[in-house]
Design a protein around this ligand. Sequence first.
Ligand code: FPP
Length: 233
Amino acid sequence: MDGNGRWAKQRGLPRIEGHRRGVEAVRTATYAARDLGVRMLTLYAFSAENWNRPQDEVGGLMGLLEIYLKKELETFIRDRVCLKTIGRIDGLPAGVQRVLANVVEKTAQFSDYTLVLALNYGARSEVLDAAHAYAAAVAAGREKLNDSSWSSFARYLYTSGMPDPDLVIRTSGETRISNFLLLQAAYAEFVFSPVLWPDFAKADLAAAVAEFGRRERRFGQTSDQLKPAAATP
Ligand code: FPP
C-alpha cells in the first residue's frame, strides 16, 4: 500500500493525512476484493523496516491502526470478515496487541473471507523465525530432517495454513517487492499500479484482477502442456 506520503505531499498536507486517507482505501479494498470473489486479502500495513521512519510517523501509524481496529470490529462481525495477522506481533505496542488479539479472537469463526494484516512483517525475519522453530521441532523429535519438505517447513511460517498469494499488487509506481512474502509469492503474478494508495479504488483493483486473469500461469510447465488434451475420437 505505497504512496500515502506522496499523496499528502502533492496536496501540501502532513504525511499522516496520507496515511489517514490510506485507511479509507483499506476499507474500500477490503470490500472491493470480496465483491470481486477474492477469498483472502493480505495488506502490507507496516514492515519490519518501517520502524526506521520518524518517531511521530510511526506513532501516528500505530494510533491509526488501533482506531481502525476498534472501529472495524462490529463491521467485521456483521460482514463475517475473519481477521488474521502475519509478522512479529509481539513487537507492536501493547495497546495495539490487545486490540488486535480481541478482533482476531472475535472473528476467528468466519471462514468465507479473510483479511490478513502484515504488521511488523519482513520476509527475512519470517524465514529466520521459521528456521528457529523448525530447528527446535527437530531437536524435540517432532520433525525429522531426513524427510523434510517444503510443506513441512512452510507450517512454521507466519502464513501457516494460508494459501500462497496468486496476485501481488504494489501501488504508487514503485516496482520493488520490499521484503514482502518472498517465499510465498514464488509463483504469484505481479501487478504494479501507478495509482497512489489513497486513490486506489475498486476499479483499480478490478483492473488488476482482470490483468491477472489474462496471465498464463505455467508453474514451470510449457504452454502446450497446459492446454486441455484434445478429445480422442
Ligand atoms: C507506504 O506509503 C505506506 C505505509 C508504510 C503504511 C501503510 C498504512 C496504511 C495504509 C494505513 C494504516 C493501515 C491500516 C491497516 C489501518 P509511504 O508512506 O511510504 O508513501 P510514500 O512512498 O509516498 O512516502
